[in-house]
Design a protein around this ligand. Structure first.
Ligand SMILES: [Zn+2]
Length: 114
């Protein structure tokens, strides 16, 4: 059965992925951002959350097989990452037209319809 709504959620991941990668510091990562569950360094890494998110949601993962609930959860986590990287200047989002704020508003509007 086709689920057009799910595709709408998946489209929002396209913007989130490069943002999450940008917020990570991969210079010192021995795995180039690929989370390794058996490496202690990964488990105690301060970038653990972003890293796990990327490994659950990168372009190699079949998002269309996830449930709407799961997609919503993962999007909300991405919203936190993008939000955390915004300067106070962006906090009055209604007036800001930058890519981040536009995306955050779009996620908010889309999630409100589910
Ligand atoms: Zn902004």
């Amino acid at each position: 059965m086709p689920e057009p709504d799910k595709r709408e959620l998946i489209a929002l991941f396209e913007y989130a992925r490069p943002r999450v990668i940008q917020s990570m510091e991969l210079r010192h990562c021995p795995h180039s951002g690929f989370f390794n569950a058996v490496d202690e360094q990964c488990i105690f890494c301060h970038q653990g959350m972003e890293c796990i998110w990327m490994n659950r949601n990168d372009s190699l993962v079949a998002l269309e097989e996830k449930s709407v609930e799961e997609l919503k959860q993962q999007l909300l986590i991405a919203v936190d990452f993008v939000d955390a990287n915004l300067t106070p200047h962006h906090l009055s989002r209604r007036k800001c037209d930058c890519d981040n704020c536009t995306w955050l508003r779009k996620v908010e509007e889309t999630l409100a319809r589910f």
